[in-house]
Design a binder for this molecule. Structure first.
Ligand SMILES: Nc1ncnc2c1ncn2[C@@H]1O[C@H](COP(=O)(O)OP(=O)(O)O)[C@@H](O)[C@H]1O
Ligand SMILES: [Mg+2]
Length: 418
């Protein structure tokens, strides 16, 4: 791919990185910009979705008309129809004047519907109609109005799953997804991570006339290994914190660890390998230390979650009280409870190899009503907190009274789209 024109775009919009997935996303955005096709941008939170609709608008024939970015997840359900489609005077209590709505105001221009997966079902029906026919009706009116708006939507939600669960209309999804663009998570962008660190560090140290910071080789390695659940947004915040707070300007891996950059693969390979559910073959001896640390922290976090969800109640009656356990979902969806004597979760296991231990201790339990409802409760509490914080995991974790890491692990384990 000739990337020289991409470099110009990156410069203009302050985009840093050369990862293949980023270049591909930008390239598709450029190709599709002059058309009126609807675009759906998909990617985890913090991967940089918001710049793409702007690029698409600026490179389209609509560029002299209006561009609005609307966060569908932050508008209350009761007012979203009126915000998007407008309302007549007196359409509902409090509707003193009339309102044009974004679809009217953006006529001839572009609307960016961010977090489109959060749209209520009723609004989805209105959106489908305007996408298909250009027609819409303001709240409290019966006249049909026409508009010519190009839609770019974005989501961090797994839309297929939202469709399966009845939260998103399949027909609307296919209509929105005319041109899909996917942005890769930061952990898959390799050397871009360091470039981004340098960019953010440069910006902040310049702005406040601070001494420059530099990364040591071990710090660079750690940045590459870390999973970055909050992606580029998280990296930016972390870099800013370090630049402002750290007295040491030579940033080592240990300094990064102080700011929460961990070595372990959060919720990933090591745990599943230890539990024999991964096809990856790990050298157990090399990983042993890390696995032990992981089990220790898992035990603590499970306890935390258990306390939060059930108070002092015991989770599963068949488990003795002096036992912590790990609930493991097998590949086929059945649930396995693995007993962990407290000694193990306190980190003083010296002898038995983990794999052997897990195999001996694994107690398959029926995926019965009780364990289902327990999982449902946990899941629904987490989803509620995430909704309340509009996907802000830090706030959601605070709300739940658990650590960010516990929340992240739970989100992964439940397959929640956050
Ligand atoms: N490739 C990139 N280069 C520079 N900054 C980026 C890049 N990608 C994202 N950012 C910055 O990261 C932050 C999060 O991006 P945003 O578009 O809001 O993410 P999303 O909408 O996917 O959650 C923003 O401050 C954005 O400017
Ligand atoms: Mg966003």
């Amino acid at each position: 791919m000739d990337t020289s024109y991409l470099q110009q775009i990156k410069q203009r919009y302050g985009i840093v990185g050369n990862a293949e997935g980023l270049n591909r996303a930008l390239d598709i955005a450029v190709q599709v910009a002059p058309t009126d096709l609807t675009v759906l941008i998909v990617g985890e939170s913090g991967v940089g979705k918001e710049v793409l609709p702007r690029i698409i608008h600026d490179r389209s024939s609509r560029k002299h008309n209006k561009y609005f970015a609307i966060n569908c997840g932050s508008i209350p359900e009761g007012t979203i129809d009126s915000e998007l489609f407008g309302h007549a005077k007196g359409a509902f209590t409090g509707a003193i004047g009339e309102r044009e709505g974004y679809f009217g105001a953006a006529n001839g221009g572009t609307l960016f519907l961010d977090e489109v997966g959060e749209l209520p079902m009723a609004t989805q029906a209105r959106l489908l109609r305007v996408l298909e026919t250009g027609e819409y009706i303001r709240v409290g009116e019966s006249d049909v109005k026409m508009t010519n708006v190009r839609i770019v939507a974005a989501t961090n939600v797994n839309m297929q799953k939202a469709i399966r669960e009845g939260r998103f209309r399949e027909d609307l999804y296919y209509r929105l997804n005319a041109i899909p663009i996917s942005l890769p998570p930061l952990r898959e962008r390799g050397r871009d991570i360091e470039m981004l660190f340098r960019k953010f560090a440069y910006e902040i140290t310049e702005k406040y006339r601070m001494e420059e910071v530099h990364l040591t080789p071990d710090a660079r390695d750690l940045l590459l290994k870390y999973k970055w659940p909050g992606n580029i947004r998280q990296l930016r915040n972390l870099t800013e914190q370090i630049c402002v707070i750290s007295r040491e300007r030579e940033i080592t891996a240990d300094t990064l660890r102080l700011y929460g950059v961990t070595d372990d693969s959060v919720g990933g390979g090591l745990v599943s390998a230890a539990m024999g559910s991964s096809s990856e073959t790990h050298s157990y001896e090399n990983d042993r230390k890390q696995i032990l640390q992981l089990i220790t922290s898992l035990g603590k976090e499970l306890k935390e979650l258990k306390d939060y969800v059930y108070g002092s109640q015991q989770i599963h009656p068949s488990l003795p009280t002096n036992t912590d356990f790990i609930q493991h979902i097998n590949a086929d969806g059945t649930i396995q409870h693995i007993n962990m004597p407290s000694a193990y979760t306190k980190g003083n296991m010296e002898a038995a190899p983990i794999q052997e231990f897990v195999e001996q201790q694994a107690v398959p339990v029926q995926d019965d009503e009780q364990s289902l409802s327990i999982r449902d409760m946990e899941r629904s509490n987490i989803e509620k907190a995430l909704r309340k914080s509009h996907g802000n995991r830090k706030k959601a974790a605070q709300e739940l009274g658990i650590s960010d890491r516990t929340l992240y692990r739970k989100i992964k384990s439940f397959g929640i789209d956050a």
